[in-house]
Design a protein around this ligand. Structure first.
Ligand SMILES: CC(C)(COP(=O)(O)OP(=O)(O)OC[C@H]1O[C@@H](n2cnc3c(N)ncnc32)[C@H](O)[C@@H]1OP(=O)(O)O)[C@@H](O)C(=O)NCCC(=O)NCCS
Length: 243
């Protein structure tokens, strides 16, 4: 009974790849490819694409994607490398790696996807490949760079600068004039006070209240936020491969 009620969402035989093999590019010509769909976050991106009535396809570039994802196709030579794409991943590390990986595979047209329920000030900019999830609010004169992730119900203040592949988790709040470095992560529900800088690759823990700037590659937690460890620095790919 439960299976029948959930039928539309229920997986086919576990591991079955039937829907992948049957995706026919001669029939479909999607206007948006969602690449990197091996985590459940891909479903958020799918919902945003649906709300925007986009004709999208999910591209499984590494294998292991949820077979229930709509219009799911394995990455092979038939996929048009010039088609507009966005990433289906949440974390800064995975978005940064995926942006470079798909650039290497020849994908050259990243586009921003902004959920219809998000609010972006007319004076703010959202870079290519960046995803703005449901309910996020971006205040005036803020610049969000490429391939970043602005997650559900986060609040981005005025005059912020958010770097390449940075990830702002659900419900996080950045006050005005905050700078978030490339590939930095702001945890769920964290608060960053005005004028601070979160360094490249830094990680702000869930629920932290950040009262001082955080150096590159440092992890902070708590209220007030304190450094708990230093990450291994990895400066290799802190710039957008599509700029
Ligand atoms: C900050 C974070 C990355 C640290 O992870 P970690 O390096 O594996 O740290 P550990 O789990 O080993 O914890 C180290 C210490 O910090 C504490 N700690 C970890 N995260 C904390 C947090 N968010 N707030 C307060 N204390 C925290 C732990 O209790 C532990 O304390 P102890 O040494 O006294 O036991 C992680 O806890 C976190 O907050 N991630 C954010 C998750 C998130 O929001 N994801 C978004 C999903 S969309």
């Amino acid at each position: 009974m439960q299976n029948r009620q959930l039928g539309r969402y229920w997986p086919r035989t576990p591991g079955c790849r039937r829907s992948l093999r049957h995706y026919d590019w001669r029939v479909h010509s999607p206007d948006l490819l969602i690449i990197g769909v091996a985590t459940p976050y891909a479903w958020d991106v799918v919902e945003s694409a649906r709300r925007a009535s986009r004709d999208f396809a999910c591209i499984d570039n590494l294998g292991g994607a949820d077979a229930r994802l709509p219009s799911l196709a394995l990455l092979d030579d038939s996929v048009d490398r010039s088609a507009p794409f966005t990433l289906g991943l949440a974390s800064a590390a995975s978005r940064r790696a995926a942006a470079h990986s798909v650039a290497g595979l020849g994908f050259r047209t990243p586009v921003a996807l902004v959920d219809m329920t998000a609010t972006i000030a007319s004076t703010s900019e959202v870079g290519h490949g960046t995803y703005v999830n449901a309910g996020a609010v971006v205040a005036s004169n803020t610049r969000i760079a490429c391939h970043a992730n602005i997650n559900r119900s986060s609040s981005i203040g005025h005059d912020n600068m958010i770097g390449f592949a940075a990830s702002i988790s659900p419900g996080a709040t950045l006050a005005g004039t905050v700078t978030v470095g490339a590939a930095a992560s702001i945890g769920t529900g964290a608060v960053v006070l005005p004028g601070l800088t979160i360094g490249a690759g830094a990680f702000v823990g869930a629920g932290a209240v950040v009262t001082k700037s955080v150096p590159d590659w440092h992890v902070v937690v708590g209220n007030p936020a304190r450094i708990i460890r230093v990450l291994e620095q990895d400066e290799g790919t802190l710039e957008c491969p599509h700029c």
